[in-house]
Unconditional design. Structure first.
Length: 177
């Protein structure tokens, strides 16, 4: 039988610890390894600039949840439920529901793509008022005209000498007003 992905509820902030607990339990009970393929805490890389320095950090997609690829049966259900830090499966009261194939593909793809190109921590929307905090237009106010998250760029309109001027800036150079 093909293994499916299940969402497991944990205490928020303890996802990595629960993952380690589950992996340690699998080492101590190798008879479950054939039923449980992998444990995943889906994260994305985000880019932010603090004090003029660009920092890359990780953010969890689903705080309080981990994903487990497994063949669900009574033994594996009991094994998972009795691992320290796990509060339960996501699904109906008695039956955990597996993720759809397209859902898990989207999660894995999003996680991988953010490793190659971190997404900005703050997302800007068209029409939003901003203030430039770094660069040649520091302290100018403007309005977001267009965003390009893949490149981390934002086109804004800034009033310079009484004229509206379109300028393309990095997302970390601006902040919401």
């Amino acid at each position: 039988m093909a293994k499916k992905w299940y969402v497991i509820h944990t205490q928020t902030g303890f996802e990595e610890k629960v993952k380690r607990n589950l992996e340690r339990q699998l080492e101590e009970h190798p008879e479950h390894k054939e039923f449980i393929a992998q444990v995943l805490v889906p994260t994305e890389q985000i880019a932010e600039v603090k004090s003029g320095k660009k920092r890359i950090s990780q953010r969890k997609f689903f705080p309080g949840y981990i994903l487990v690829e497994m063949d669900l049966n009574d033994k594996t259900w009991y094994f998972i439920k009795n691992t320290s830090g796990i509060t339960g499966f996501v699904g109906s009261k008695s039956v955990p529901l597996p993720l759809q194939e397209n859902e898990i593909k989207n999660i894995l793809t999003q996680s991988e793509s953010s490793k190659e190109k971190p997404i900005p921590k703050v997302i800007f929307e068209k029409g939003e008022a901003i203030r430039v905090k770094e660069g040649p237009f520091t302290n100018f106010n403007g309005t977001v005209e267009e965003t390009n998250l893949e490149k981390g760029k934002v086109k804004v309109t800034i009033s310079i000498f009484g004229r509206s001027t379109p300028v393309e800036l990095e997302t970390w150079q601006i902040e919401k007003v």
